[in-house]
Design a protein around this ligand. Structure first.
Ligand code: SAM
Length: 227
């Protein structure tokens, strides 16, 4: 453990650093890739019903799509640890008329009981969470058996693009709100013993260095081993 990691350096969530990126939050909706996401947000929010949790909802860009795809019994929840993002998400919810319970929390420690959601949605979040393995364990924990985990994520590329991402990653991470270009998200997801793959597609859209993307649906196994 690093010598400097004492309790005094921790925030009220017990994490060493706050997630607090005011400039990234202000610019997020202006990023050039944003307009490319619409069909994938439709995929993530298709026919939503029951209790649904969105991880890292950012400025609430998913909310208009949630309203369009909502079933009558939808109960929508979201977490977002960055206060700048959360404020914008609350405004988007008001503007789109979505009833959503937005909480200040991280994907690595979700403030919900076991087996409590029918669907968990992650849109470009596992690139940014500080501990993706812990976040995935939490997704599995809060999903009901047979519940769906739907995701859209950019991942580490192969070949020269991957090498370029390795070189750019330290600078990218600092300027893009903690986002990382080098996450091996597919092996992490498909390798989890409690999750079965319904579908996963590799998508060659996006602008280097945040490309390629993958999107898919995993399902929590009924007999999934949980610790
Ligand atoms: C690239 S943005 C994506 C925002 C939104 N999901 C979307 O579809 O546009 C990544 C988001 O993850 C949030 N985030 C950062 N660390 C997180 C964590 N540990 N748990 C959950 N969300 C986190 C960031 O604050 C940011 O809002």
């Amino acid at each position: 453990m690093p010598a400097s990691t004492g309790d005094s350096a921790r925030n009220r969530h017990g994490h060493e650093h706050d997630v607090d990126h005011p400039i990234f939050a202000a610019l997020y909706d202006l990023l050039p890739q944003s307009f490319l996401f619409a069909p994938h947000r439709e995929y993530l929010t298709r026919a939503l019903s029951g209790r649904v949790l969105e991880l890292g909802c950012g400025t609430g860009d998913m909310f208009p799509f949630v309203v369009d795809g909502a079933g009558e019994d939808l109960e929508y929840h979201a977490i977002e640890p960055d206060p700048n993002m959360r404020k914008r998400a609350a405004r988007t919810a008001r503007e789109t008329g979505l009833e959503v319970d937005i909480r200040d929390a991280r994907a690595e420690s979700l403030p919900y009981p076991d087996d409590s959601f029918d669907v968990v949605v992650a849109g470009i979040v596992f690139c940014t969470v500080q501990d993706p393995d812990a976040a995935l364990e939490e997704v599995v924990r809060v999903l009901k058996p047979d519940g769906e985990f739907r995701f859209l994520e950019h991942v580490h590329a192969d070949g020269w693009r991957g090498t370029g991402q390795d070189l750019l990653n330290p600078l990218w991470k600092r300027t893009a709100g903690g986002c990382q270009l080098t996450r091996e998200t597919v092996p992490r997801f498909v390798g989890h013993e409690a999750l079965a793959v319904d579908e996963i597609d590799r998508l060659d859209f996006g602008i280097f260095p945040a490309t390629p993307f993958v999107r898919g649906t995993l399902r929590r196994r009924r007999d999934g081993m949980l610790e």
